[in-house]
Design a protein around this ligand. Structure first.
Ligand SMILES: CC(C)(COP(=O)(O)OP(=O)(O)OC[C@H]1O[C@@H](n2cnc3c(N)ncnc32)[C@H](O)[C@@H]1OP(=O)(O)O)[C@@H](O)C(=O)NCCC(=O)NCCS
Length: 164
């Protein structure tokens, strides 16, 4: 089973390892530690329910009711087990508690795994930045996606509470 809990101060190196396992351009432990320390940051880590084996994280920030995902990653060995969805659902619950109105993110249009995740949660396209990412196969567009948290909360969005 997987448990989701807030990251703790001092876990920048752990987040950096997970980030490096998922992205070509890794963020440093110091950068991630600084992000963790931001008062507006919400950072959740997925671990085995013994509290060990961190396998994914989501990092967001929320300013004046508007939230934004800065990064989400799941270790390649732990993918397709619903861990990212559970991280996102827990994040959305926490943002609902904080009465945030909207959740935004940016995603490469070529990232079909991430697009499937976000569409399944109800995100819709809010904008497009043409040629924003420099991919190996040439420039690729960024989609700006938005989730209406107020509408989701009013409709009774609730985490499925199913064990993974
Ligand atoms: C995107 C990512 C976080 C998904 O993590 P995950 O734990 O494997 O995702 P989940 O198992 O929770 O999958 C949830 C949904 O996402 C979609 N999805 C996930 N992986 C997919 C894949 N390889 N291909 C197609 N759809 C996929 C599916 O719709 C899936 O629902 P389903 O299993 O019911 O079909 C992971 O692939 C990752 O870390 N990628 C590299 C980093 C990255 O791209 N982050 C996002 C930047 S915007």
């Amino acid at each position: 089973m997987i448990a989701i809990a807030p990251a703790r101060a001092g876990e920048g190196a752990l987040l950096a390892r997970l980030h490096a396992s998922a992205f070509d351009r890794p963020w440093s432990a110091e950068e991630l530690e600084q992000m963790l320390a931001l008062v507006q940051a919400v950072t959740l880590v997925a671990r085995g329910d013994d509290g060990l084996n961190p396998c994914g994280f989501v990092l967001a920030r929320c300013v004046c009711g508007e939230a934004e995902i800065l990064s989400i990653a799941v270790d390649p060995r732990s993918r397709r087990r619903g861990i990212a969805r559970k991280l996102m659902e827990t994040l959305i619950e926490s943002l609902n508690e904080a009465q945030a109105r909207d959740l935004f993110l940016e995603v490469d249009i070529a990232n079909s795994a991430a697009l499937g995740l976000y569409r399944g949660l109800g995100f819709v396209e809010a904008g497009r930045r043409r040629g924003y990412y420099a991919g190996a196969g040439g420039p690729s567009d960024a989609l700006v996606l938005r989730l209406d948290l107020e509408a989701g909360a009013a409709a009774g969005f609730n985490m499925a509470q199913k064990p993974l």
